[in-house]
Design a protein around this ligand. Structure first.
Ligand code: GDP
Length: 593
């Protein structure tokens, strides 16, 4: 008989593990095998949960969907009711299943080529760019695209992506149809209350079947317009360029219906959508202006840091005089790196900026944003702290989003005995400073999509610092896991052999005893280890060196037989008649995480 388990539409990996009464690592492993990198707190959808139960062979468990209103944080929509508000460009995110052509589509829209540069074909950073789309009368209108990460590992970033977004383009490859990640994107956009538009990609391919996709869309409650619904569907090819103009026209049409507005004449506010360190430029952030106008010379506060905007640049490198709402910009000159998702605002002076940043910085230090811990977890941590083995590591990644994902994933590897301790982390190339830190804290350096300058490499080999470079996140995680495994203390396995009751003592020196007796249980062999017991008390642990049956040396003696034996010990053992000697073997077994 099968057991029925209710599962919400979106469920965290940890909760699913609880419900299935399985260790969370087992769920994460199955996800990883499917190319999905999720941490314990990451949410997966119902379909994915079902796939996992299937792969785990839990045939007697049936998952049923619990229609709970999962909470999707809806960031206040940028629809301003201020009488001074003016129309602004729409902010658009492209989402869908991996390999369905998101990058190629964004690429075709931008007219640049970035597909080739990606490791494993996965977009691993978030950034944005604005295009000017030609409309009637020689006019051009802006559309801002968010280049959201495609990999499941970056679900958190994608959530932020949807919150920044006015419109989501759901891409579906003509030759592949709706997939689990497509459904997840649809569900997410729907819950966040974001408008959707469907782009059927790769229409140049001969084996596409648009009708099948329309059928699938209507099943997902996105009824196509031509079938009487209100879902706009545009067929596109990134290869031939077909349909792209129509797609952009539709984006603007939907934006018009939404009446997207913002106040232009005000100090700018917005969100940090990317940050990294750059040689010669220091802390660099990409930000999306949401309200007001950002100008060169402004002081910007974001999170616990601030910058004076010296040169205002677009994300594609053009110098801008000012940036109006919905414009993504690059801001340099931050004292430290602001974080993805930090809100920024322009303040009146450097002094104000410094004070606002310091206030926020203190708040963060005092624990705002730190992990809440249940008392159980605390007890667990205290209990394990005595015997905990830690692996010190330093993590460097190309962008803040990847860094957070890598570190979050590494945290799931901890258990009672071994844990990853991130002694340093940062965005940007591996530096001399990192080498220094790794050397003093005996840490391994993990680089994800970052450079290792030749001069730094030399220091690494001089100081014997281990530096490991990765382009694929789960390969990095596997390596750390292997390192942690090597720290696990081997398991001690003792196997009892047999017991002898002492009937005579022939010789006792400080370190050696020769005695004899009868085997009352099991089988004795030599060499072996043994415990000398008087009643229930252990007198000593000793090493048996020889067994004798009569005058002849014996390899083993069976239950019921009489024998003589010699054992050695570290200190004198005063064996008496009637003591028991319990023989056993001890093995050390390596363990895995
Ligand atoms: P993403 O993972 O969704 O970003 O997908 P990519 O843009 O990386 O595309 C995945 C694969 O599909 C690549 O090999 C692309 O060359 C191919 N592809 C993308 N768009 C098209 C298209 O319009 N036509 C054809 N024929 N291939 C495409």
């Amino acid at each position: 008989m099968s057991t029925t388990i209710e599962v919400e539409d979106m469920i965290t990996v940890g909760t699913l593990a609880d419900k299935l009464s399985l260790p969370v690592t087992q769920i994460i492993t199955v996800l990883m095998k499917n190319g999905v990198l999720a941490t314990v707190n990451e949410k997966i959808d119902f379909d994915t949960a079902q796939i996992i139960t299937g792969e785990l062979g839990l045939e007697d468990i049936e998952l049923v969907r619990k229609e709970a209103e999962a909470e999707v944080p809806v960031r206040q929509k940028l629809v301003s009711t201020d009488p001074n508000a003016e129309p602004r460009p729409p902010v658009v995110a492209v989402m869908g299943h991996v390999d369905h052509g998101k990058t190629s589509l964004l690429d075709a829209i931008r007219g640049a080529n970035v597909v080739k540069g990606e490791a494993g074909g996965i977009t691993q950073h978030i950034s944005a760019y604005k295009i000017m789309h030609p409309v009637e009368n020689g006019q051009k209108r802006g559309i801002t695209f968010l280049d959201t990460p495609g990999h499941e590992a970056f679900a958190a970033l994608r959530e932020h992506g949807a919150m920044l977004t006015d419109l989501v383009i759901i891409v579906i490859a003509a030759d592949d149809g709706i997939k689990p990640q497509t459904l997840e994107a649809i569900r997410f956009a729907r819950k966040a209350g974001v408008k959707m538009l469907v782009a059927i990609t790769k229409i140049d391919k001969p084996d596409g079947d648009q009708n099948r996709i329309k059928q699938q869309l209507s099943e997902a409650e996105l009824m196509p317009e031509e079938w009487g619904g209100d879902t706009v569907i545009v067929g596109v090819s990134a290869k031939t360029g077909d349909g792209i103009k129509e797609l952009l026209d539709m984006v603007l049409l939907i934006a018009d219906v939404e009446e997207l507005k913002a106040v232009f004449k005000a100090p700018a506010t917005g969100l940090i959508i990317e940050s990294h360190m750059e040689t010669g430029r220091g802390a660099v952030a990409e930000a999306l202006v949401e309200q007001g106008t950002l100008k060169a010379g402004d002081f910007v506060v974001a999170g616990g840091t601030y910058a004076k905007v010296r040169n205002l640049e677009s994300t594609t490198g053009e110098v801008l005089k000012e940036a109006t709402p919905s414009t993504p910009v690059v801001i340099t000159g931050f004292k430290t790196l602001p974080e993805f998702g930090d809100e920024f605002q322009v303040v009146g002076s450097e002094k104000e900026a410094r004070q606002a940043a310091a206030g926020e910085g203190n708040l963060r230090k005092s624990g705002a944003g730190t992990l809440e811990m249940s008392s159980n977890e605390l007890i667990r941590l205290i209990n394990r702290s005595n015997k905990l083995q830690e692996l010190n590591i330093i993590v460097k990644a190309d962008v803040q989003g990847s860094l957070t994902s890598v570190i979050d994933s590494l945290k799931t590897l901890d258990n009672e005995e071994v844990a990853v301790r991130v002694v340093g982390s940062g965005v940007g190339a591996i530096t001399e400073n990192d080498m220094h830190m790794a050397h003093t804290s005996k840490a391994i350096i993990y680089g994800f999509h970052v450079a290792l300058p030749a001069s730094v490499k030399q220091i690494a080999s001089r100081d014997k610092v281990s530096v490991r470079m990765y382009k694929v996140i789960y390969e990095l995680i596997d390596d750390v896991k292997a390192e942690l495994t090597s720290l696990l203390a081997p398991e001690v396995v003792e196997t009892p052999l047999g017991r002898l009751v002492v009937k005579g003592i022939f010789k006792t020196t400080k370190t050696e005893v020769i005695c004899g007796g009868e085997v009352t249980k099991g089988k004795l062999t030599a060499p072996a280890l043994a415990r000398v017991m008087r009643d229930k008390e252990e007198l000593a642990e000793v090493e048996v060196t020889m067994l004798k049956r009569g005058p002849v040396e014996a390899k083993e003696v069976q239950e019921g037989e009489m024998c003589g034996m010699t054992f050695v010990s570290k200190a004198r053992v005063d064996v008496q008649e009637g003591d028991h000697i319990e023989f056993f073997t001890r093995e050390l077994k390596t363990r895995s995480l």
